[in-house]
Design a protein around this ligand. Structure first.
Ligand SMILES: Nc1ncnc2c1ncn2[C@@H]1O[C@H](COP(=O)(O)OP(=O)(O)OP(=O)(O)O)[C@@H](O)[C@H]1O
Length: 732
């Protein structure tokens, strides 16, 4: 800066020598600065308007209004894919317009209140204990600050008076107070972290309970479109929200205590100086109120910005986890170009948002610093000097003669003490106000996180009750009569009736439509009754609704009409057990794989031994796995077992649980035909009723009935005749 001003001075001198007045040079300099500022402010707006126009142009050709991205895409297809994705996102946003944008509004207070009730469930709980101790620490820290300021004032006073003894005494006190002061400081941070963790734990427990209520983990991602990355909200957002609440508590309460007590202390010392005690505070309050108002008006909407940033960050993580999950498939396809493109785009979107926040912060922080560092300091100087300049404490003695040298000395040291103490107190007060002001930004950012966390809990509550919202849902004539819509959301009017009668263990569907989560009607109405011993073969072309029927029977998809009668599941004997084509391997040992979803405790309670597990493995010819490792060795079974072995492991689970009905969805497609036949034989001997989706003719003979879908919404349910069972080929 100094170099720059010297340079400017030198140029000014040169111009003066050449006959131009110094003033003209100043005008030129100010004019250039103003011109540069105007360009800086207007160019981004012009750019934005241009982009908006471009987008509108694009929307005419059906691509929707896209956010301008810095994509270095060369591949036209991935650009289209990106456009489609954004369009869907936008539709989702439009659909969820009723959900307010995050910001400092009534909705924020309502949501925050709801979350506070979760974090502090009772008046007397661990969290309120922590809050009390934390508050006490904050108050004692304020008292300590005031005491330290007074001590520093006294130290200066004794230095001016050259009183060595008193100076040493006060210095000792000053050192003595440092120990509790530093402890209290460290304690405040410790308690803040403990509070954040306690809040986080309460929220996590609550949201996990909701996430696992009524298969919400499935419903949220498959049936509802409002939460894109539940994992990110459940981990990152909750953690940031809890830390932000705990931090805000101390960064709001401590400055308030500070201001209150420091104000009182300042007024006391002004009174000592016999000055007007109201003029200083009145001046400071009006300056602070005015600057705070200006800052509030020009403050960018940090809540919305932060919420959008979290959204984009969550999406980036989602793309990463998809790549990890499907690494093998992507590698086989050689799909790295598309995946890389998607990853880059997601990252670019995040960077764009962060850049936008940075540049908005740049101007805001500049203004904030100008007010806080310069305007407030100037006001502080006026405040401190007012009692001295206007005070009447020591000027003249009673008989109107001039004061003696000793008295003069004492008054100077008194004034120095006042000035030092007041200066220290003012610095603390300015610090407190600065923290309060910057807390405003934190409160707005908190609004963003509150919106995400509270929004997630709201969606969990709704999906648990079967209320879903998807962007692609549009009621049309075909749906009328089958699906009823209320406020744009489909109503699941169908009923699930559990039967407790041991003599009636059948599964019956009465006029139940098969409807996808997007409300596409696959089968308008299905009526059939499956009794124990009715081994059902389900056939039909791809996408005709075979697996969807299993989803309806398992309660994963809502029933929009009709009735589903199923036996009530009893302990130790599940009613239905589903085996998919790609079985899920859990984290744990070999034993955990076989007994899943039972735990070791369940297994012990059922009285099943490792010998019995070994026998089950022999039934599916997997005994070599148990011989290779013990039952207790934990391995990554998803990668260790081959496709066929994983399918046989899933069948081992079926033999362990022995349910009434087995829902087999092409679950032996990778198993050799001889092992497959023996598996079906054993399952029937165990008394398990089979509901099988298969394309293998060799499995016909194990079934008594057939359900045929034609792919157009029609179906046929009938008994199979013995000759048909020998058929070698499917006829669709
Ligand atoms: N989660 C979902 N969201 C929306 N639609 C879905 C979903 N799952 C399946 N569908 C749609 O429902 C229809 C029936 O799917 P389903 O999985 O029942 O087919 P399928 O008969 O089992 O076919 P395949 O023999 O290929 O397994 C398909 O058109 C499919 O696109």
């Amino acid at each position: 800066m100094t170099v720059f001003s010297k340079y400017v001075d030198r140029i000014a001198e040169k111009y003066e020598q050449s006959g131009l007045p110094n003033q003209a040079f100043s005008y030129a300099l100010v004019g250039t600065a103003l011109f540069a500022l105007t360009i800086k402010v207007t160019v981004p707006y012009i750019k934005n308007i241009k982009c908006a126009k471009d987008e509108n142009g694009k929307s005419n050709v059906g691509k929707g209004a896209l956010t301008p991205l810095e994509i270095d895409a060369t591949d036209e297809e991935s650009k289209l894919a990106e456009a489609e994705k954004l369009l869907v996102e936008q539709q989702l946003k439009m659909k969820n317009k009723q959900m307010l944008e995050p910001g400092l509004n009534k909705e924020f207070l309502k949501q925050l209140g709801m979350l506070v009730r979760i974090m502090i469930p009772h008046k007397l709980c661990y969290e309120t204990g922590l809050l009390t101790v934390h508050t006490l620490c904050l108050i004692s820290r304020t008292f300590l600050s005031i005491y330290v300021a007074a001590l520093e004032g006294a130290i200066v006073k004794f230095i001016v008076r050259k009183d060595v003894k008193q100076f040493a005494l006060v210095l000792m006190k000053w050192f003595g107070i440092a120990i509790p002061a530093t402890f209290v400081n460290s304690m405040i941070r410790f308690l803040e972290s403990k509070l954040a963790l306690a809040f986080r734990t309460r929220l996590v427990r609550h949201s996990y309970r909701l996430y696992f209520k009524n298969q919400n983990y499935y419903r949220v991602s498959n049936l509802d479109g409002r939460i894109e990355n539940a994992d990110h909200r459940l981990t990152e957002d909750i953690s940031v929200f809890a830390s932000s609440v705990a931090h805000l508590y101390s960064s709001l309460t401590k400055p308030c205590f500070d201001l209150m007590l420091i104000g009182l202390a300042l007024m006391r010392s002004s009174r000592k100086m016999k000055a007007n005690i109201l003029s200083g505070p009145a001046l400071s309050v009006s300056v602070i109120a005015l600057t705070a108002h200006i800052l509030r008006i020009v403050s960018p909407k940090f809540g919305q910005l932060v919420s959008e940033e979290a959204n984009r960050y969550g999406y980036l993580r989602h793309i990463h986890s998809r790549i990890i999950t499907n690494a093998e498939e992507i590698a086989f396809y050689g799909g790295h170009k598309v995946e890389l493109q998607q990853l880059r785009t997601a990252y670019n979107r995040l960077v764009n948002q962060m850049n936008s926040i940075f540049s908005q912060k740049l101007w805001f922080i500049m203004l904030e610093q100008f007010f806080m560092k310069y305007v407030w300091s100037g006001t502080g100087m006026v405040m401190v000097s007012l009692p001295i300049l206007t005070g009447t404490a020591v000027s003249k003695n009673s008989d109107n003669t001039h004061i003696t040298a000793e008295v003069n000395d004492s008054s100077v040291s008194e004034r120095t003490q006042y000035l030092t103490t007041a200066r220290n107190l003012l610095i603390s007060a300015a610090d407190a106000i600065e923290r309060l002001m910057s807390s405003y930004k934190e409160v707005v950012a908190l609004a963003g996180y509150t919106y995400r966390v509270a929004g997630m809990l709201d969606v969990f509550e709704e999906t648990a009750q079967g209320i879903y919202s998807k962007a692609t849902l549009v009621a049309n004539e075909e749906m009328n009569g089958i699906i009823e819509f209320r406020e744009g959301k489909p109503i699941a009017k169908g009923r699930i009736i559990y039967s407790d009668d041991p003599g009636n263990m059948s599964i019956c569907l009465r006029s139940v439509p098969v409807v996808t989560p997007n409300c596409d009607i696959v089968v308008p109405s299905l009526t059939l009754c499956i009794e124990p011993g009715v081994h059902l073969l389900i056939t039909g072309p791809n996408g005709c609704g075979k697996s969807s029927l299993f989803r309806i029977l398992s309660g994963l998809w809502p029933i929009y009409a009709g009735e589903l009668h199923i036996p009530r599941p009893v302990e130790n004997k599940p009613c239905m057990f589903y085996i998919p084509q790609r079985p899920y391997m859990s984290i744990g040992s070999l034993c955990d794989q076989i007994i899943y979803p039972d735990t070791r405790e369940d297994m012990k309670r059922k009285g099943i031994t490792e010998n019995e597990l070994m026998n089950i493995l022999k039934l599916v010819t997997l005994e070599h796995i148990a011989q290779r490792d013990s039952f207790d060795v934990v391995r990554d079974w998803k990668d260790i077992l081959s496709g066929g072995e994983k399918q046989r492991m899933a069948v081992a689970r079926l033999f362990y649980h022995k349910p009434r009905y087995a829902l087999l969805d092409e679950c032996t497609s990778a198993v050799s035909i001889d092992v497959e036949s023996s598996i079906y034989d054993i399952a029937k001997k165990m008394g398990i009723t089979l509901l099988t989706i298969t394309h293998r003719p060799t499995l016909w003979k194990f079934h008594t009935h057939i359900l045929e879908f034609d792919g157009q919404g029609s179906w046929k349910f009938r008994k199979m005749d013995p000759n048909e069972k020998q058929k070698e080929k499917f006829i669709h």
